[in-house]
Design a protein. Structure first.
Length: 191
């Protein structure tokens, strides 16, 4: 139990100490109008993603594309969180904690993500004006992540003691999983 807490504290400490360079972004023009959830999609209960597409006059096509893009981003978030779970489990086994698994979370994450995206629902759809171009934006949420997490564990064939499982789920749910998630979402690969 102490080893689990020590490892969890170490991971959180390293994540907190890690600094990332500020990314350069173009500031919005004075006449831009964008809902706050477009830049910072959040969900109190689970995962969230947003996406905008150029408005071409066809509501159903633009709405479907914005929602599909946001769901694709959710799938990427799930895969990235699975990679973080793999790293956590690897550090657990290196510390001597008994962890028996048949496959990695990363190996099963794509299949589980595809199955779980059925539960992702659009919460907001709104127009935005970005660089004088009308965009249709969608916010998609996956509120209950416990079944997703349980499915990842079952698909990977992992058996954990309840306290380790609770800590791993807490890490999985955390919306700020460290720079690894941001790096993955930015298109950078980590090992």
């Amino acid at each position: 139990m102490k080893k689990v807490l020590l490892i969890s504290a170490s991971v959180l400490m390293l994540a907190a100490c890690n600094s990332t360079p500020q990314s350069q972004s173009t500031s919005l023009a004075d006449n831009d109008s964008v809902p706050s959830w477009v830049f910072m999609p959040t969900s109190e209960k689970g995962l969230a993603s947003s996406s905008c597409v150029a408005w071409g006059g066809n509501m159903s096509a633009a709405r479907a594309q914005a929602i599909a893009n946001a769901k694709a981003d959710l799938a990427l978030q799930i895969e990235t969180r699975a990679k973080v779970m793999d790293k956590t489990m690897n550090s657990q086994s290196q510390q001597g904690t008994e962890v028996q698994n048949k496959s990695t979370f990363s190996q099963v994450s794509k299949q589980v993500a595809e199955q779980s995206l059925i539960g992702a629902i659009p919460k907001e759809v709104a127009f935005a004006l970005i660089d004088n171009q009308k965009q249709l934006c969608a916010l998609v949420e996956m509120e209950n992540t416990q079944p997703l997490f349980d499915n990842l564990l079952a698909s990977a064939g992992v058996s954990l003691d309840p306290s380790l499982e609770a800590n791993l789920y807490k890490d999985f749910r955390t919306t700020k999983i460290t720079e690894e998630l941001q790096a993955e979402l930015s298109g950078k690969e980590f090992d």
